[in-house]
Design a protein around this ligand. Structure first.
Ligand SMILES: Nc1ncnc2c1ncn2[C@@H]1O[C@H](COP(=O)(O)OP(=O)(O)O)[C@@H](O)[C@H]1O
Ligand SMILES: [Mg+2]
Length: 272
């Protein structure tokens, strides 16, 4: 099977700091991938490097193409979508209009088209309705962003990315700020998108949530990939426990590790 997405030796240098250090891994299609790591580990930098927002060395391949030298605005057109850590929407446009603004492929003549035909193309309109229904937020279509709850805003942000019909979606802490059960329900919905064929790489700091919903997990620490594997392998990896909870001879950390293990233990089962 052709690997749908891969990075090889991906490295980002900010002055004297290596924010990303020779990161390599591959992702098969329709996989839910978790990217975790402590604050400052390089997770957002990884996403910026993949999407071309920050200069990087190494290679990024997608569906057999080398994207390493493709500029950011064209990577989006190749089927890679993303959300940002902040949830900015056009606050004076409805949810549907926000999605439409994202879905319209902009061209040099689109300002002229807007003058004579201020309506979305049929393809864009279809992509928007499809994104709303896949996230089951059709009832929010005419709502203005200030009237959305935080949870609803999260769904809208993902729907907006889906309106560009990506085949790979990169999500930067999409569930941040949600309560545990709301975050799990949100992630379960993302899981359904993966079952339908989408590949998702999700950054999150909630290890319990990532271990529950993801097929495979990559762990960054100080820009380096320190562990990769399925939830079971990650849960037991001593480097992961140490990176998250500090040295293991600290009794408070040991207690926290135990609590973390209890919270994500196999008895809680994956959300599938
Ligand atoms: N534009 C930048 N210039 C300089 N340093 C940066 C820049 N962006 C991020 N960093 C640094 O790179 C490291 C990784 O940051 P980031 O990728 O945002 O971490 P994470 O998303 O895992 O919390 C941090 O030490 C951060 O301070
Ligand atoms: Mg970040």
């Amino acid at each position: 099977m052709m690997t749908r997405f891969g990075v090889h030796d991906l490295t980002v240098q900010f002055g004297g700091l290596r924010a990303l250090d020779q990161v390599s891994f591959a992702v098969e299609p329709a996989t839910f991938v978790g990217l975790i790591g402590p604050n400052g580990a390089g997770k957002t930098t990884f996403m910026d490097a993949v999407t071309g927002f920050t200069p990087a060395t190494g290679t990024v391949t997608f569906e057999g193409h080398d994207l390493s030298r493709v500029p950011a605005h064209r990577r989006i057109r190749t089927g890679i979508g993303r959300t940002f850590q902040t949830l900015e929407l056009f606050e004076d446009l409805t949810v549907r209009e926000n999605l439409t603004a994202a879905a319209e492929k902009s061209t040099w003549w689109s300002p002229l088209v807007d003058l004579v035909r201020p309506r979305p193309s049929r393809a864009a309109a279809e992509a928007v309705e499809d994104a709303l229904s896949r996230l089951r937020i059709e009832d929010l279509a005419d709502v203005l962003p200030p009237d959305l709850s935080l949870g609803q805003r999260k769904f809208v942000t993902v729907a907006r990315a889906l309106a560009l019909r990506p085949r790979l979606l990169l999500l930067d802490e999409p569930a941040a700020g949600l309560g545990t059960s709301e975050a799990l329900a949100f992630a379960a919905r993302l899981r359904e998108l993966v079952e339908e064929g989408l590949t998702i790489i999700m950054i999150d700091h909630d290890m319990g949530m990532v271990l529950k919903v993801c097929d495979e997990i990559h762990v960054l620490d100080f820009g380096r990939l320190i562990a990769s594997g399925d939830p079971e392998a990650i849960r037991q990896d001593p480097r992961v426990i140490q990176a998250y909870l500090g040295v293991d001879d600290d009794p408070a950390a040991a207690e926290a590790a135990e609590a973390a293990e209890a919270a994500v233990g196999p008895e809680n089962g994956p959300v599938r």
